[in-house]
Design a protein around this ligand. Structure first.
Ligand SMILES: Cc1ncc(COP(=O)(O)O)c(C=O)c1O
Length: 395
């Protein structure tokens, strides 16, 4: 066979999706696995959204749409940003793509190139570094600390800046830590962002999943002067339990939206026409079911956090959003558990999967080996079973 491209060597597969495929295969073979590794809500997509999709099919809405997405949906996103975030984006500043992940890939290709550096606070979602590498730019990892609520501090940002720095990624609520940036956290970064002339990618995909009265802010909400250098990414996957429908969007300066549309028009054309109609229904229809899901996640968060806090050697900062907990389990490193010497998060996650039948994600993939990520997007019954198994192994 002739050689594959250099790019294929540079990019790693998504560890969370690889794990999920393994877990699904184990489950299919009859293993009683509790899957706390997943990054998707366990609820069905609400009925009114599914019905909108069925209607779209019945009415023959099955042809190409504009590459950037149908105008009704972009208008609905514009209305959402105005109503919920107080931000003024016209439909021509919005591009709908095949999931938030696709929006992020488009943005990386439209903004960055070889020679550029992009700052990624860690722990980080597994995909950002790969997309930055895909663009030709270099990811610069800046650790954030548990004592700071895993939030990027100006001093750390300042130390990481170089004349090549072109962008910064902010993900709040954060996957994997569940932490959120407060107004003050964001304001503290503004001067440096402006001085260094950075693009900021604000990944707001978990915006609606926040608990205990916490408030969501993104950069342009607190600092309107950053509007022309910020790109907001969001989508319907997490809020409306629509992971498989693959609809996400970006909002940013018009020139960027045009550039992304150009790229998308050559790569994928439009996102799925029927899924766009479903997303339109999601954004404009009754929001009660989405609010119910948040309430349920909030209850589960409490259950998981309180349980983990009782396990010796597990230090768990209380998450404020998303549906993950990211406990530090490093006190257990060096022990032999289930017959295996535990040298880090990979070993622990493997023993948890193979001996305790609980799927978790090792923190190594998120660039924080001291922790493992547990998702509470699973039923309360499964959560209790999974947590008991973890406690038993670590006892
Ligand atoms: C932090 C973060 N951003 C973006 C996404 C993308 O979600 P989707 O492509 O389903 O919209 C995910 C999904 O896991 C995520 O965790």
């Amino acid at each position: 066979m002739p050689r594959l491209s250099r790019l294929t060597d540079l990019i790693n597969p998504s560890p969370t999706l690889t794990l999920d495929a393994q877990v699904k295969a184990l489950k299919a073979s009859g293993a009683d696995i509790v899957n706390m590794g997943v990054g998707e809500p366990d609820f069905p997509t609400p009925d009114y959204i599914r019905e909108a999709a069925i209607k779209a099919i019945s009415e023959g809405f099955t042809r190409y749409t504009p590459s950037e997405g149908i105008i009704d949906l972009r208008q609905a996103v514009s209305d959402k940003l105005s109503k919920e975030n107080g931000l003024d984006y016209k439909p021509n500043q919005i591009v709908v793509s095949n999931g938030g992940k696709h929006s992020l890939a488009n943005i990386a290709l439209a903004l960055f190139q070889e020679g550029d550096e992009v700052i990624i606070p860690t722990p980080t979602w597994v995909t950002y570094p790969e997309l930055i590498v895909l663009s030709g730019a270099k990811p610069i990892f800046v650790p954030t600390l548990e004592k700071d609520g895993y939030v990027l501090k100006p001093q750390a940002l300042s130390q990481a800046l170089s004349p090549r720095t072109k962008g910064l990624i902010i993900n709040s609520p954060c996957n994997p830590t569940g932490m959120i940036y407060s107004k003050e956290d964001l304001l503290a970064l503004v001067d440096l962002i402006l001085k260094a002339d950075l693009w900021v990618i604000s990944d707001d995909i978990y915006e609606s999943l926040i608990y205990d009265g916490a408030e969501f802010y993104n950069l342009p909400m607190v600092a309107p002067e950053t509007l022309d250098r910020t790109v907001i990414v969001n989508g319907v996957s997490k809020k409306y339990s629509m992971t498989g429908w693959r609809i996400g969007y970006l909002a940013g300066p018009e020139a960027l939206a045009k550039a992304v549309t150009k790229i998308q028009s050559q790569m994928t054309s439009n996102p799925n026409s029927v899924a766009q109609k479903a997303a339109l229904a999601a954004l404009t229809g009754p929001q009660e079911s989405a609010l119910e899901m948040v309430k349920t996640f909030g209850k589960r968060k409490k259950l998981v956090y309180e349980f983990l806090s009782t396990i010796p050697g597990v230090v768990c900062p209380e998450p404020k959003g998303a549906f993950y907990v990211f406990p530090d389990v490093s006190e257990h490193y060096g022990r032999t558990l289930g017959g295996v010497k535990i040298n880090g998060s990979d070993d622990l996650a493997l023993v948890l999967l193979q001996k305790s039948l609980v799927a978790t994600v090792p923190g190594s993939g998120f660039m924080e080996d001291r922790a493992i990520r547990l998702s509470y997007a699973v039923s309360e019954l499964d959560l209790e079973r999974g947590l008991e198994r973890i406690a038993k192994l670590l006892a």
